[in-house]
Design a protein around this ligand. Structure first.
Ligand code: ATP
Ligand code: MG
Length: 297
């Protein structure tokens, strides 16, 4: 049996670049040939399977791949569909990732945007996510019909195929260009890392256990900043009170003077311009905010 860990990622689309970047940031090296389905890591016993995002949840649930990176929207839609058709639909939720944010929303033609949810009864709603839509309609006790379209959902009302749509929205520009108005968010999504429910071989499980803390370190680092500044010793309490984040800062003496001290700290919050100005006003100087590449607790 192969001891290589198989990871499914989207071949080309909105999740591809960040999925690859995340693996690379975890120290997993790949050389990707655009045309190839499979990519072998040169640094670890890991194979990448590059597929359409719609196929990723099923591949994980069937145990064909070990882990996958996929949007919650697709994951939940596939899970509901497989449940409804008595196919295996279980998986292990490993991590929520900080990319791929979007929302699935109902949108109506501009001239009908005043309609309430209840007015959707008896109407046709075009969508690529019929199961998520039906679940929402059921909880709202609305009897409307989901019309399944795999693409160009936003043109359905104009083409007379539907009265409303239920589609992914990020900025709303596509909706606006098609004379539609977002009226209700029905599902919020981000990318997730999932694992198959079927046990992995010890070697593969061990490799995954090594990668997860790295992944956490990469995500944590993205959210954190390293803050350095010179502060007047007399006003240290005020300085510390202004700095975001609870952890105690490190204080270092400055070789050429007695009045000032260097303050270093890792913060999970951004240091706003306003705070930097306040720090300067109480005598701080050389205020630096640096990005952090990696972290390990
Ligand atoms: P495929 O050919 O793999 O089926 P696709 O056309 O279905 O691709 P994409 O448009 O690449 O899918 O979107 C992939 C996923 O990215 C979506 O299912 C969603 O989870 C997420 N996503 C959608 N819109 C955005 C956005 N604006 N920004 C970030 N992520 C998004
Ligand atoms: Mg897709």
């Amino acid at each position: 049996m192969s001891e290589r860990l198989t990871i499914a990622i989207q071949k080309s689309g909105r999740l591809s670049k960040e999925s690859l970047a995340l693996l690379q940031a975890c120290g997993v090296k790949f050389s990707i040939h655009q045309a190839r389905l499979l990519a072998h890591s040169t640094s670890h016993p890991i194979d990448l399977l590059r597929v359409r995002d719609d196929d990723i949840p099923g591949l994980v649930m069937d145990g064909v791949v070990d882990v996958g990176l996929v949007g919650e929207n697709v994951l939940e839609e596939v899970r509901l569909e497989r449940e409804a058709t008595s196919q295996r639909a279980d998986y292990i939720d490993l991590r929520a990732l900080d990319f791929g944010q979007c929302r699935l929303s109902l949108a109506l033609p501009k001239e009908q945007s005043q309609l309430s949810l209840a007015d959707l009864a008896g109407k046709r709603i075009a969508t690529t996510y019929p199961f998520l839509l039906q679940r929402f309609l059921k909880t709202q006790q609305i009897d409307a019909q989901a019309v399944m379209l795999t693409g160009s959902v936003e043109v359905a009302p104009r083409a007379g195929l539907a009265d409303a749509i239920c589609d992914l929205v990020s900025t709303g520009a596509t909706l606006e260009a098609n004379g539609l108005v977002e009226t209700q968010v029905i599902f919020r999504s981000r990318a997730k890392l999932i694992q198959r429910k079927q046990p992995l071989s010890p070697a593969r499980q061990q490799l995954l256990q090594q990668l997860l803390p790295r992944l956490d370190g990469v995500q944590q680092a993205k959210e954190s900043k390293y803050i350095m500044l010179h502060a007047p010793k007399q006003r240290l309490d005020e300085v510390v009170a202004l700095l975001p984040g609870a952890e105690a800062p490190t204080l270092l003496p400055l070789s050429d003077q007695q009045q000032q001290v260097a303050v270093h700290m890792v913060s999970t919050e951004t240091l706003f311009w306003e705070t930097m100005e306040q720090l300067k006003a109480i005598g701080c100087s050389s205020i630096l905010v640096l990005p952090i590449e990696k972290m390990m607790g």
